[in-house]
Design a protein around this ligand. Structure first.
Ligand code: ADP
Ligand code: MG
Length: 323
C-alpha cells in the first residue's frame, strides 16, 4: 500500500502545482463558493487550501486517504460526461504519501468536525475538533521523504509560476467562485465570485487590460459561447493568455485557437496573440479528449461549425469597435 501510494504519487504529484490542482479541484467538486489558497516557498514548505464546501463525513475521512477507495469511474474516456473533476480517488492518498498533511473538515454548521494528521501516508492522529463547515487542508514539506524528487524541483519562482498559472485558469473557468491566492504573505489573486468574468480577467491580467476587453458571444443549436477578447493593440508575445473553457473545464484546442487568430485576421502582427477567454457550453458527448486526458487537448465533433461561429463572432465584435 505504501509503495503503491509512492508510485502513484510520482504520477499524480509532479510538483507543488499538482497538489494545488488536485486540492482545488476537490474543493470545486465539493460545491465551494469560496476557495482560499496559501503557499509558502513555491509550495514546497506549505500548500493550504481552505474551502466552504460540503466537507467530508467523519467516517469517510480515513477512507479518503486510501487509494481508489473513492474512485467514481473506471476509464478516462468519458471525462467530459462526468460531473466532477476528480474521478480516480488517488489524489489525496498520493499527496499524503509524500508530505505531512493535516486536515480539518466539517459537513455542517454545528461547529464540530474532524481533524486528521497524515505523515508519509500514515494516519498519525484523528480526533474531533471545532471546525467551520468545509475543508481546510495543509500539505507541509512536500517530498520530505522522497529526496530524489525534491532535488528535481526548480526555483521557488518557477514552482510559484506553475501554481499561479493554474490558479488563474481555474479562476477564469469559475467566475462564480471567489478565489484567493497568497504566496509568502503576498496576495497574487483575488476574485469576488458572483459570476463576473470581466472582474476575474481584471484580477488576472490587471485592471488596465480588464477595461479594454470586448465582450463576445454567440449561440447555435450545438454551442453556446460567451467571453471576452482584447483589443488588437493589447496583444502579447505568446499564446498563453488564450483560455478556452469547455463546460467549465480548461482545455486546449488547436482548431479554436486558429479560429480566434482568423477572427483577428490582419489586425494582429505576426507572432502576436490576443488576451482571450472563451466559455463554450455544449453537449459533453460532442467533445473528445484527444490522446491523453492530462494533455487537455480536445477535438470537437462539429468542429467546422464551431470554428466558423468563433471567427464570425470575433470579426463582428471587432467590427463594432472600429465603428
Ligand atoms: P477524487 O477527487 O478522484 O474522488 P481524491 O483523492 O482527490 O479523489 O479525494 C478523495 C475523496 O475525498 C473525494 O472523492 C471526496 O469525497 C473527498 N474530498 C476530498 N477533498 C474534499 C473537499 N475539499 N471537500 C469535500 N470532500 C473532499
Ligand atoms: Mg480529487
Amino acid at each position: 500500500e505504501h509503495i503503491a501510494n509512492q508510485i502513484a504519487a510520482g504520477e499524480v504529484v509532479e510538483r507543488p502545482a499538482s497538489v494545488v490542482k488536485e486540492l482545488v479541484e476537490n474543493s470545486i467538486d465539493a460545491g465551494s463558493s469560496r476557495i482560499d489558497v496559501v503557499a509558502e516557498e513555491g509550495g514546497l514548505q506549505l500548500i493550504r487550501v481552505t474551502d466552504n464546501g460540503s466537507g467530508i463525513e467523519s467516517e469517510d475521512c480515513e477512507l479518503a486517504f486510501y487509494r481508489h477507495a473513492t474512485s467514481k469511474i473506471q476509464s478516462g474516456k468519458d471525462l467530459f460526461s462526468i460531473r466532477t473533476l476528480g474521478f480516480r480517488g488517488e489524489a489525496l492518498p498520493s499527496i499524503a504519501a509524500v508530505s505531512k498533511t493535516e486536515f480539518v473538515t466539517s459537513t455542517d454548521g454545528s461547529g464540530l468536525g474532524r481533524k486528521l494528521a497524515v505523515e508519509g501516508g500514515d494516519v498519525v492522529t484523528q480526533e474531533e475538533t471545532s471546525a467551520r463547515k468545509g475543508t481546510d487542508i495543509s500539505v507541509k514539506e512536500l517530498f520530505y521523504n522522497t529526496p530524489a524528487r525534491l532535488k528535481y524541483m526548480k526555483t521557488i519562482q518557477t514552482e510559484l509560476g506553475h501554481i499561479s498559472d493554474y490558479m488563474y485558469r481555474l479562476a477564469l473557468a469559475h467566475p462564480e467562485i471567489a478565489f484567493t491566492l497568497k504566496h509568502n504573505g503576498n496576495s497574487l489573486l483575488q476574485t469576488l465570485g458572483g459570476g463576473d468574468l470581466l472582474q476575474v480577467i481584471a484580477g488576472v491580467y490587471g485592471s488596465a487590460v480588464g477595461k479594454q476587453m470586448i465582450a463576445v458571444g454567440g449561440e447555435s443549436l450545438d454551442y453556446k459561447i460567451s467571453g471576452y477578447i482584447s483589443r488588437p493593440e493589447l496583444n502579447r508575445a505568446n499564446r498563453s493568455a488564450m483560455s478556452i473553457m469547455v463546460n467549465g473545464r480548461y482545455v486546449r484546442s488547436f482548431a479554436v485557437q486558429h479560429a480566434i487568430m482568423n477572427g483577428f485576421h490582419t489586425l494582429l502582427p505576426i507572432n502576436r496573440f490576443p488576451v482571450v477567454v472563451l466559455h463554450i457550453e455544449m453537449d459533453p458527448s460532442l467533445v473528445d479528449v484527444n490522446v491523453h486526458p492530462s494533455k487537455l487537448e480536445v477535438r470537437f465533433s462539429k468542429e467546422p461549425e464551431l470554428v466558423k461561429m468563433i471567427e464570425d463572432m470575433i470579426k463582428e465584435a471587432l467590427g463594432r469597435q472600429v465603428l
